[in-house]
Design a protein around this ligand. Structure first.
Ligand code: AMP
Length: 349
């Protein structure tokens, strides 16, 4: 299996990659990890990369491509690989295509991991990494006391957790901006290649893993199709009769996911849109009765009815105008989320 995990910083690419490694026995190739190792070892390449990394910018393509070329030629990558954090712009994606076709190893799947902007910030601020084995923990789901109880497979002692230097607020904002501008266009790039799948990467870790596995099994249906694998549990709206446990969970998650409900609804509307277009083409659109009524009125007018002669307009004709706002911003989810986050914060002040 040759996979690319595509997602903003904090979307869980690293965590889910580690799970795929366990299940499928193929290596995770993270350009971020390779670059951090180069920085830690003080190599020339590391010194060149450090400044860009510290400020949240992308490291030069030449450096990253050189590292990827080398890593993909290693024996363990011949069985397959999970690319985590690469490619990150169009030039890298095109270079990867060339490299993989030279190696005769085309990509099987690119999975876009979709996470709400507020949730990304929440996750990144709680992220801690073990300095020895590299395992990623999150203080939100695994408090330090719990991580200390586990044994690091590298040292046999407790994990030594540290926060990545580029996980500070200013750098994170820059990294998310870079994702929006440079990496997000790859969604369309891979969609047109017919290898793209999208999953909702929020919620419980195990659920996300399940959705990821499901997306990897799903064949891409056509060159423009996307299999969207969503979280069914989170679709439910809270009902007055919910249990105390559910209420408590709602309170716990409210801060980070305050905007999620509205956005999920918007996502659902977007997801539903192609179906209605398809249905319309097939002549099964829900709007058909409106047209039929309009047609009937027109027939009445033609028949010389009093209403037809007065030339009164049917109020039903105003309905299509409500469609337009939903369409706006659909192509830029992270930006949309950022704007929503700002609005929310402003409301709090
Ligand atoms: P990550 O661990 O994937 O979040 O990457 C950390 C930092 O390493 C990024 O903010 C970039 O500065 C750099 N980096 C990682 N992968 C790439 C890449 N494919 N192209 C350019 N820079 C990268």
């Amino acid at each position: 299996m040759r996979i690319v995990l595509l997602g903003a910083p904090g979307s869980g690419k690293g965590t889910q990659s580690q799970r795929l490694v366990q299940r499928h026995g193929i290596p995770q190739i993270s350009t971020g990890d390779l670059l951090r190792a180069a920085v830690a070892n003080g190599t020339d390449l590391g010194l060149k990369a450090k400044e860009a990394m510290d400020s949240g910018r992308l490291v030069e393509d030449d450096i990253v491509l050189g590292m990827i070329r080398e890593r993909l030629s290693e024996p363990d990558a011949q069985r397959g690989f999970i690319l985590d954090g690469f490619p990150r712009n169009l030039a890298q994606a095109q270079a990867l295509d060339v490299l993989l076709s030279e190696l005769g190893q085309p990509l099987d799947a690119v999975v876009q991991m979709d996470v709400d902007y507020g949730e990304l910030l929440r996750r990144i601020s709680g992220r801690r990494t073990c300095a020895d084995c590299g395992r990623v923990f999150n203080l939100l789901t695994c408090p330090p006391g719990q991580a200390d109880k586990e044994t690091c497979p590298k040292t046999g002692g407790p994990h030594r957790l540290f926060q990545r230097p580029d996980d500070n607020e200013a750098t994170v904002a820059q990294r998310l901006k870079v994702y929006d501008e440079k990496t997000k266009p790859l969604v369309e790039f891979y969609r047109t290649q017919g290898v793209l799948r999208s999953i909702d990467a929020e919620g419980e870790l195990d659920d996300v893993t399940q959705r990821l596995e499901q997306a990897l099994r799903a064949p891409p249906s056509s060159k423009v199709a996307t299999a969207v694998t969503k979280a069914p549990a989170r679709k439910s709206t809270r009902k007055p009769g919910r249990t105390g446990a559910t209420k408590a969970k709602g309170r716990r998650t409210a801060r980070g996911q305050g905007n999620a409900k509205g956005k999920r609804a918007a996502k659902t509307r977007r997801a539903a849109k192609p179906k209605s277009v398809a249905a319309k083409r097939a002549g099964t659109s829900k709007r058909a009765p409106v047209k039929t009524r309009a047609a009937k009125k027109s027939a009445l007018r033609q028949a010389g009815s009093a209403r037809g002669r007065a030339g009164k307009k049917s109020p039903a004709k105003k309905a299509p105008a409500t469609k337009a706002p939903a369409k706006k911003g659909a192509g830029n989810r992270v930006s949309g989320k950022r704007a929503a986050g700002r609005t929310k914060r402003a409301g709090k002040r």
